[in-house]
Design a protein around this ligand. Structure first.
Ligand code: DQQ
Length: 543
């Protein structure tokens, strides 16, 4: 029988890709939430499956030596040793260590056959892979996949609440996106010790969406404890009414009562085969207190959003006050945790931005973002900065020295570079009366990898690539840009408010050096430093 991941693996044989833009080609697929051509793919797949002469392409593993030599594989971000990863699942602190789980396909570098990958770290930076934590159980409520969920510490054990999926006829399916017909339910598993052995509760603990609610999806539970009570948010949508986060309550994690939507969006009015594409299904919720407010995160339409506001603990309704985009680039399905110091840490899935045929052939796809510490500013807008733990893998600093005039600065700038596409750059400039233009580029490359433009006509925003991002509420403050460059990823944060994650795919067998070009506004520059970053594993495989 043709399994789903086999179908996915040969879809690239079926699709005529447009020649990719060298910096940011459009994604071709994205799990349960893209998809420029799902219908088209489905039609072609079905047509091919009906052809008896059809032969599957070989799914031969890319050798570890090739993965280790791939200059596009990040060196200080977490990613599995091979194959596909997507959403972060259940990051927690347990017995003094950080455990990260993530959506993982152990068989191919394409989405499908979802398992929970598992890694452990002393500091959220250096990781060691552990065996797969959850795999589908034949005949069980997760027989067709262990989708996204959360881990929580429950006394002397850890529980995972996650979405199990089974194949179902369309009339019973909660995922009907033109390519899949799956029924979702919420499942529970427990572990203790080193968290490498998990015992599943055999039946789903929330077997179906609330009766009478015509949902557009029902997945990705995000539980929290309030006093003696467990609550969980579940990503959903109500047909004709828009995306929604459903709220449940439980005393023991096993028996759950549906309360009401914690928060509801409005109908997009758009037709899409997959409601997660149009914004009519909200995936991967996360809900937590931050400062004196609460924050709700959800993902839909290929982007992740935040809202801050007030949770009325009597009605258990969330009243939103401020909202925004979490990251305007390749960043989806984020999830948070409390770290060992009580900071709220955000993790996100950095998606690929090259055609599936390319990442499938490379043998790896998807990267975990660096840990970002969340806070709220005085207005209630979300702020984020990369956790200071990441500074521990910095090498020597190369710093621009001021005092030699503009030509002196230009000479120095031309010499500063990150080698091997593995480093961090920090830069600050004054908001003056003329524009500031910065690009990250490699010598001889036709185009820069990332462009940033600040224009005094719009002093409270900054343009990164084609996105205009808010800089926060203090108009006098200098602009502080931080770039984390790693193989084929650049995580960029502007004044802790605007975030943009870029993918770039240099050709060739070596990672290029990357330098900073400032084509306008050199006189407003106040500081520039570069650090080479130390790889977290000797062979790009994260051991
Ligand atoms: N990915 C998971 C779903 C989730 C989606 C499946 C978001 O649970 O809604 O891999 O990327």
């Amino acid at each position: 029988m043709l399994s789903f991941f086999h179908c996915k693996a040969f879809l690239h044989y079926l699709v005529e890709f447009c020649p990719p833009h060298p910096r940011s080609p459009q994604p071709v697929t994205c799990p349960l939430s893209p998809v420029l051509s799902r219908r088209q793919l489905l039609t072609r797949t079905a047509a091919l499956a009906a052809t008896s002469a059809l032969r599957l392409p070989s799914l031969a593993e890319v050798p570890a030596s090739a993965l280790a030599a791939d200059p596009r594989r990040p060196q200080y971000h977490l990613l599995p040793a091979r194959n596909w990863m997507n959403d972060p699942n259940g990051p927690i602190v347990w017995r003094g260590e950080y455990h990260m789980f993530y959506q993982y396909n152990p068989h191919a570098a394409v989405w499908g056959d979802m398992h929970w990958g598992h890694a452990v770290s002393p500091d959220m930076v250096r990781w060691r892979h552990l065996p797969v934590a959850l795999a589908p159980t034949p005949g069980g409520p997760d027989a067709a996949g262990c989708f996204t969920g959360s881990a929580l510490v429950d006394g002397d054990r850890v529980a995972i609440l996650y979405t199990g999926v089974v194949s179902a006829p369309e009339s019973h399916a909660t995922i009907r996106d033109g390519a899949h017909s799956l029924r979702e339910s919420q499942c529970l598993a427990f572990s203790s010790g080193d968290l490498t052995h998990w015992t599943k509760v055999p039946e789903a603990v929330i077997p179906a969406p609330p009766p009478g609610l015509d949902v557009t999806g029902f997945r990705d539970p995000a539980p929290w404890r309030q006093g003696d009570v467990w609550y969980t948010a579940i990503g959903s949508g109500i047909r004709g009414q828009g995306g929604a986060i459903l709220l449940y309550r439980s005393a023991d994690l096993r028996h759950w009562d549906y309360l009401h939507p914690l928060y509801q969006g409005s109908a997009s009015g758009q037709a899409a085969a997959n409601p997660a594409d149009s914004g009519d299904m909200w995936e991967c919720p996360d809900f937590f207190p931050l400062g004196d407010r609460h924050v709700l995160i959800h993902s839909t339409g290929g982007k992740a959003y935040w809202q801050s506001g007030v949770l009325d603990t009597k009605t258990m309704l969330f009243h939103t006050q401020r909202s925004g985009l979490l990251d305007a680039g390749a960043y989806y399905a984020p999830k948070t945790q409390l770290d060992a110091h009580g900071r709220r840490i955000l993790w996100g899935w950095i998606q690929e931005r090259r055609p599936e045929a390319e990442y499938s052939a490379a043998g790896w796809a998807g990267v975990m973002s660096l840990p970002r510490v969340l806070t709220l500013d005085a207005r209630g807008d979300l702020q984020m900065e990369v956790a200071t733990e990441v500074e521990e893998i910095r090498g020597d600093e190369q710093r621009l020295r001021f005092g030699g005039g503009e030509s002196g600065l230009r000479d120095q700038l031309a010499r500063l570079e990150i080698r091997n596409a593995c480093g961090e750059i920090r830069c600050t400039f004054r908001r003056g009366s003329s524009p500031f233009d910065l690009a990250l580029a490699s010598p001889g490359a036709a185009q820069p990898w990332l462009t940033v433009r600040w224009d005094p006509a719009h002093p409270d925003t900054i343009q990164i690539e084609d996105q205009q991002l808010a800089l926060g509420s203090d108009p006098k403050a200098e602009v502080d840009l931080r770039f984390y460059i790693d193989g084929s990823v650049i995580e960029c944060l502007a004044n802790r408010h605007g975030a943009f994650t870029q993918r770039f795919y240099p050709k060739g067998t070596g990672a290029p050096p990357i330098g900073v070009q400032i084509t306008a506004g050199l006189g407003s520059l106040t500081a520039l430093s570069l650090w080479q970053m130390k790889p977290i594993s000797p062979d790009r495989l994260t051991t």
